[in-house]
Design a protein around this ligand. Structure first.
Ligand SMILES: C[S@@+](CC[C@H](N)C(=O)[O-])C[C@H]1O[C@@H](n2cnc3c(N)ncnc32)[C@H](O)[C@@H]1O
Length: 383
């Protein structure tokens, strides 16, 4: 992605990188057993785009990934039918959207758009998806009203065979959740009017995002597995404050694993983008040359758990009775803690080196990971 197109809105670049990385993983997996895959951008834009060809928007990012995955899947012998729908209410943005999409109509993806308010178009969106497709809904509004409340999302959440990526506008919600005029809206978002009095800023953030995630899981479609959520924090570029969370909802354990793997891969990207933006601002303000490279100044472990904490957590899961750990266990662990699989792998490796735990199924040849959850390996605590 071109750095200059995202100058001053580096958080949008991170969002697009995550969308790109996760959609590719997702489509390449579901495309192997689904005849039709749908992508719905419920708040499409274009919005704040700098490039003429919209390459710095979720519209182009998603369509490019669809094209790449369709070709990749065809090469594997799967002829998957992809459909993409873009919803936008602003007339000027919609005109740009239409013009852009008409230039991509020759592609073998069925591309459509709807003009209007998302809340009024929910039934049309569902009709577009049909009953048999797998659908990924991207919910990326500019505010929370008529967008992220459960009452608004309910018909979509009830749809089986669907996944969601929702922009949870933390910066707005943290200000409004205690204000009386918004009490009804907060009830619709969190399932309660959250009482965060006396909480630290960190505890309040953790509480509000958890409440929203738990509330999302209360809407259950007629079929599908247990609902699971994960989330990634996106910080303001120049301040050490959360701007929004990207909340992900799936009904498949593999979904959480793939989403967290994509986020893990981009953890450093977000840190690097913020460090570079900070340094550029300082240079502009002071006319100074770079003293240290932005990349060297990144605190790689910032926001990552302390390994001793992860090891203690592992020990609560293990006992002297050997037990198999499958992908559902890994999904539970990721969902419960918000840590990455790489944190768990690193901690298990250390515990094993210390002779505290053992993977009874570990291969004799040195494996990349300490535990292969795909193979349901048997783990035991030795002391
Ligand atoms: C944050 S922007 C989307 C950015 C885009 N997802 C991206 O990453 O490039 C939100 C878009 O939703 C549109 N929008 C806001 N409220 C809407 C509503 N109620 N229904 C449909 N579109 C809406 C705005 O005009 C804006 O273009």
């Amino acid at each position: 992605m071109k750095t200059e197109l995202y100058r001053g809105r580096e958080q949008a670049r991170f969002k697009h990188e995550l969308l790109e990385a996760y959609l590719e993983r997702l489509f390449m997996i579901v495309g192997q057993h689904q005849r039709t895959v749908c992508y719905v951008d419920c708040f499409a834009g274009p919005w704040q785009a700098k490039g003429d060809d919209l390459e710095d928007t979720s519209i182009a990012v998603s369509l490019n990934i669809i094209r790449k995955c369709k070709d990749g899947l065809r090469g594997m012998g799967h002829d998957v039918s992809f459909k993409a729908l873009f919803v936008e209410k602003d007339p000027t943005s919609y005109a740009k959207l239409e013009a852009y999409l008409s230039g991509r109509k020759s592609e073998s993806t069925q591309i459509s758009s709807l003009k209007g308010e998302f809340i009024d178009l929910r039934q049309e969106i569902l009709s577009f998806c049909g009953n048999d497709s797998f659908t990924f809904f991207f919910i990326d509004p500019t505010g929370w009203k008529d967008a992220v409340e459960l009452s608004t999302l309910d018909p979509l959440l009830k749809r089986p065979n669907s996944e969601f990526l929702i922009n949870f506008m933390y910066e707005f919600l943290v200000r409004t959740h205690t204000q009386d005029p918004f009490a009804d809206d907060m009830q619709r978002i969190f399932g309660e009017v959250p009482d965060t009095k006396g909480m630290t800023a960190e505890a309040r953030e953790e509480y509000l995002v958890r409440r929203y995630r738990e509330n999302l899981k209360t809407v259950v479609p007629a079929r599908g597995g247990q609902p699971r959520t994960a989330c990634v924090k996106v910080k303001k570029v120049l301040k050490d404050r959360t701007l929004y969370h990207l909340v992900y909802l799936t009904r498949h354990p593999k979904g959480i694993i793939e989403f967290m793997a994509a986020s893990d891969g981009l953890d450093l990207v977000q840190k690097r983008l913020r460090a570079m933006a900070k340094q550029e601002t300082q240079v502009e303000a002071n006319g100074q040359m770079f003293l240290i490279g932005a990349v060297e100044s990144i605190k790689k472990d910032e926001g990552r758990p302390d390994l001793s904490e992860v090891k203690t957590y592992w020990l609560t899961k293990l006992s002297s009775t050997p037990r198999r750990f499958a992908i559902t266990d890994l999904a539970d662990m990721l969902e419960e803690t918000g840590w990455f699989a790489s944190d768990f792998q690193k901690a298990f490796k250390e515990l094993e080196a210390e002779g505290i735990v053992k993977n009874q199924d570990a291969q004799r040849t040195r494996p990349v990971n300490a535990v292969n959850f795909e193979k349901s390996e048997t783990l035991v605590r030795l002391k």
